[in-house]
Design a protein around this ligand. Structure first.
Ligand SMILES: Nc1ncnc2c1ncn2[C@@H]1O[C@H](COP(=O)(O)OP(=O)(O)OP(=O)(O)O)[C@@H](O)[C@H]1O
Ligand SMILES: NC(=O)c1ccc[n+]([C@@H]2O[C@H](COP(=O)(O)O)[C@@H](O)[C@H]2O)c1
Length: 577
């Protein structure tokens, strides 16, 4: 088995330097640049935005990977000669390098006298002012009932505009005439609703179904796949009895009813994929107080007894190449409660090394915002951990990160799932490709369910939006990291939910970045009303230093980190930044 925990995938390439370790992993040379000033009206030809290449076929979504490297702007203008060149000639990045086969061939619609994008935005601002943000009105019934397959909108901006009209930009604009034309930073929130919406998880948690209750307490041990490194499970006859926690004896508490034996260090299965420390490292960690981690098991794992669980044994077998991939659907809602809304699936791409409470909170923050907007109905949320081929320091092997994400949501959420597809790919997959994969799974006809079934039996497409922090969005402007065609796909065909992050000014960036601004109606900025800046980097560092990470991430994930000896030794580049 490969050192990264995979059995059957391409070997990890030897370290060849920043740009040569793998052509697919950002940063790329030649990228989207941000540009101050009035943006051009950029557009992908509808057929290009709307066509759905197979997840393995990059050719339509993005330039050839190698062409991200060391090509200059001349090549680019060739492919975008018609209209985009205007914008690009202004916005070439400092080095002048550009991806070669930029896939923006389509005509850029000229701004017609009837195109009052700014004015529309302005008038919509007065329609809804909540939490300091503005939302568009719910879609008209004709918009909402649109069952047309992707590509049928045919408005020059294709699907992106049709959906973009409904995902309003959340910029507050000054009402006074004197301030007209300036976009100030958002002001503190104004609450107009009586009470926050009750989450489904909360409602169902208060009234767990008898069925799930009994399955949780039933003396049937979990499938081995779920245990992932936990070698033995023993049941406590009396569920009410509180476990005595003794990490050193090898017994730890998971629920009142369950005791799990810690893995035997000699058991090779339980160490699968984990780093093996040298004698010297072990010694230095003993000195640095690593034993402080032994206090981690003094609480129960979160336990939402109503949460539907996957029945196919989890992702482990798939990531080991033992079984075929199957898209997780166990928490995906197949019908809508309110058919006047747009069915929405939220996807968070990232490292999740490890997943923290912040990563869980991101989805809940997004949910509140979505409920408030009254435009969409959330059907599910997915984590898509990046594969091991993404070159970022501190990445645990993908199989571990997928499993940690699963543990994080298994008993804490009723609507979040983890898709192991991206993590299991044998090369780095760009975010546009990952979103396209979700589209195929959710809306595609071959393997997917082809959308949501409406009351009248017709199908409606799931809208898919990328959930990301402000820092990730700001990387849109970093040369060499994202390609322009990909950004058009991500922001135009899909859409973005951006969670503000301390240290990043999403609002200013939104205004400064041409492509982001162009697709602003498909972008929702989420204000963090309670700032949470838990960082995976710091969590990793705390583990290395033997410090407590409790209350920063779910106990089940802490337990997993401990059991698999993650982050103890190899994260040498970790710094608190
Ligand atoms: N404190 C935060 N506030 C808002 N968004 C965040 C925060 N932390 C992470 N995110 C977002 O969560 C997503 C996944 O994060 P990811 O694990 O890739 O990075 P990270 O948490 O910054 O990890 P690391 O510390 O390893 O860089 C990204 O979109 C990132 O922007
Ligand atoms: N060009 C791209 O598609 C691109 C560039 C940078 C990051 N990403 C994605 O962003 C996510 C988070 O990245 P970081 O952990 O580096 O913030 C990952 O899922 C990564 O794949 C995608």
């Amino acid at each position: 088995m490969a050192a990264n925990g995979f059995k059957s995938f391409a070997p990890v390439l030897p370290g060849l330097g920043l740009h040569s370790f793998h052509n697919d992993s950002p940063p790329f040379a030649g990228a989207a640049t941000s540009e101050q000033g009035e943006p051009e009206y950029l557009s992908l030809e509808s057929s290009q935005i709307l066509s759905s290449p197979s997840p393995h076929d990059d050719s339509q979504l993005a330039p050839e990977r190698n062409n991200y490297m060391n090509h200059n702007g001349n090549n680019h203008s060739q492919s975008s000669s018609t209209h985009h060149s205007n914008s690009n000639s202004n916005s070439s990045n400092a080095s002048g390098s550009r991806p070669k086969n930029i896939n923006i061939n389509g005509p850029i619609p000229q701004r017609s006298p009837n195109d009052h994008s700014d004015e529309d935005l302005s008038s919509s601002r007065s329609r809804r002012l909540l939490s300091g943000y503005l939302f568009g009105n719910p879609p008209s019934s004709s918009e909402a009932q649109d069952n047309s397959p992707r590509g049928s909108h045919g408005n020059g901006n294709g699907h992106s505009d049709a959906q973009g009209q409904q995902g309003r930009i959340l910029i507050r604009r000054p009402s006074s005439d004197s301030e007209e034309g300036r976009y100030p930073l958002p002001t503190p929130p104004i609450f107009e609703r009586d009470s926050p919406p009750l989450s489904e998880a909360f409602k169902s948690y208060s009234s767990p179904s008898a069925q799930h209750q009994s399955s949780i307490l039933s003396p049937t041990p979990p499938e081995p796949e779920h245990l992932n490194g936990i070698s033995q499970i023993s049941l406590n006859d009396d569920p009410a009895e509180t476990d005595t926690i003794n990490a050193n004896s090898g017994t730890v508490a998971v629920t009142n009813a369950t005791r799990i034996k810690k893995p035997d260090p000699e058991d090779s299965d339980s160490r699968d994929g984990a780093e093996s420390p040298t004698e010297e490292q072990i010694h230095s960690h003993e000195e640095s107080g690593y034993d402080a981690l032994n206090g981690l098991n003094d609480g129960e794992a979160d336990l939402d007894t109503s949460a539907p669980q996957a029945t196919d044994g989890g992702s482990g077998a798939y990531l080991r190449g033992e079984v075929d991939y199957s898209f997780p659907r166990h928490r995906l809602r197949k019908t809508m409660k309110d058919e006047s809304k747009i069915p929405l699936v939220i996807v968070a791409c990232g490292s999740f090394s490890p997943p923290t409470y912040l990563h869980l909170r991101m989805f809940e923050m997004a949910k509140d915002e979505i409920i408030e907007s009254q435009t969409y109905e959330i059907m599910a949320g997915y984590y898509s951990p990046v594969s091991s081929y993404y070159k970022k320091s501190g990445l645990a092997p993908a199989n571990h990160r997928v499993r940690m994400c699963e543990l994080a949501v298994e008993h804490t959420s009723t609507w979040l799932m983890v898709d192991p597809w991206e993590a299991g790919q044998s090369e780095y997959q760009r975010t546009a490709i990952v979103l396209d994969h979700f589209d195929e799974m959710l809306n595609g006809g071959k393997n997917g369910e082809g959308g949501v079934v409406m009351g009248d039996g017709k199908k409606r497409r799931y809208k898919i939006m990328l959930l990301a922090g402000g820092d990730l969005i700001e990387s849109f402007g970093e040369p060499g990291v994202w390609s322009e065609p990909d950004l058009h796909v991500i922001l135009g065909r899909f859409g973005c939910l951006i969670v503000e992050r301390a240290g990043s000014d999403v609002w200013a960036f939104l205004l400064s970045h041409d492509i982001l601004y162009h697709h602003r109606r498909n972008v929702i900025v989420i204000k963090q009303l309670i700032y949470n800046d838990i960082s995976s980097t710091k969590v990793r560092l705390f583990v290395r230093r033997g410090m407590s990470i409790k209350y920063l991430l779910p106990n089940s994930v802490i337990q997993y980190i401990y059991d698999n000896k993650l982050y103890r030794y190899t994260d040498v580049k970790a710094t608190i930044g």
